[in-house]
Design a protein around this ligand. Structure first.
Ligand code: SF4
Length: 356
């Protein structure tokens, strides 16, 4: 029988729990500091907490609810964990090292219901939302891969799942990182990626936090986007752009548009020109992501030459574009690939036609 996960509680909820035990509220920050700052894996290691309170904590909560089912290390320093949750479900999270940056990529759901046809996570469908504690557990697991003096500097919420479809749990997890006793992380260093759920984008803007918003566009017009991101059929590019503009007006934060570049699917000069037209006059940045080959999927890397032509066409129209560096190319680093490989019976039943 598992106990509640302590990190499902916010700072205020943990403080209230401490008071309920006849303790002072500030004990909550002490406990959180041990978990986030001092990386302990056991309540008993919290030496400035009284022995009776440590015992009650251990009887009341679990500090972790997952086990590491797989751990891959790339030659470029990228590390990927496959975590098995209390119910046997599995999610992925990634640590990327670049210069003095330590960026982690988090999942927010088990599977994903958005069905993007080029995505390994979408192949297995949506199972459930992750709790706040399960989102934070990925942070804790990845943080513990770093040496004592290194800290996580950036968070990208771009792993498995649609983050805005699990917004309450995600916001609570991010608040835990920012609040006293957490990692002391500025929300300016957090990027949330979405396929574009307009109401949720507005809700995110209304939080008043400085999150970065990345919209996974992948196509400049509805006909192609409906094919690549099926949920677009119910939303439409226009509604997404309207919400993105409102996000920029409310927060002053420039919006990034992610574009997975799929050979001979969305990487033509015509699409680059349409994309430039769509973004013209907007304070936008395009992040191009060459397709990371997933063997079960019928899409390919555009190749250096086609990619260069696409970038040139955007830049000629005055659109700022960067090509994302491929991290962890020698491990299953694309979203959902590691989990997919560990779910062979499902993956084996997949046929390319199902993704069209
Ligand atoms: S790309 Fe993101 S939103 Fe689309 S199916 Fe994959 S995890 Fe879901």
């Amino acid at each position: 029988m598992t106990r509640p996960l302590i990190n499902d509680l916010s700072r205020a909820e943990l403080a209230a729990w401490c008071e309920g035990q006849g303790e002072q509220k500030f004990r909550a920050d002490q406990i959180r500091k041990w978990i986030f700052g001092k990386r302990v894996n056991d309540f008993d290691a919290m030496t400035d907490i009284s022995a009776p309170l440590r015992k009650t904590l251990a009887e009341s909560f679990d500090l972790f609810s997952s086990r590491i089912a797989a751990h891959q290390k790339s030659q470029d320093g990228t590390e990927k964990l496959l975590l098995e949750l209390h119910d046997g479900e599995r999610v992925e999270c990634v640590l990327m090292r670049e210069d003095d940056r330590r960026t982690i990529c988090l999942s927010t759901q088990v599977g994903c219901g958005m069905g993007c046809v080029f995505c390994a996570s979408g192949l297995l469908g949506f199972t459930r939302n992750l709790s706040t504690g399960e989102i934070l557990e990925q942070v804790l697991r990845l943080d513990r891969l770093l040496p004592p003096l290194e800290r996580i500097t950036n968070v990208v919420v771009m792993g498995m799942g649609e983050p805005l479809a699990n917004l309450p749990n995600l916001l609570k997890a991010l608040a835990a990182l920012e609040d006293k006793g957490g990692l002391g992380m500025s929300m300016r260093r957090v990027t949330i990626s979405t396929v574009g759920l307009p109401d949720k984008i507005r809700e995110l803007a209304r939080t008043g936090k400085s999150y970065n918003l990345a919209i996974s566009l992948h196509a400049p017009e509805n006909q192609l986007r409906n094919q690549l991101v099926p949920v677009n059929d119910r939303i439409g590019v226009e509604a997404i752009m309207e919400a993105a503009d409102e996000f920029f007006e409310t927060t002053g934060r420039r919006v990034t548009y992610e574009y997975v570049v799929l050979r001979e699917k969305n990487d033509g000069i015509e699409q680059a020109q349409q994309l430039a037209q769509l973004l013209y006059g907007r304070n936008a940045h395009v992040n191009l992501i060459p397709m990371n080959a997933v063997t079960e999927l019928p899409f390919n890397d555009p190749g250096a030459e086609r990619l260069r032509q696409f970038v040139d066409a955007l830049e000629r129209s005055g659109i700022v574009a960067t090509v994302r560096k491929r991290k962890g190319a020698d491990i299953d680093a694309a979203c959902g690939q590691l989990r997919l490989r560990h779910e062979q019976p499902v993956a084996a039943s997949y046929s390319p036609s199902a993704a069209k």
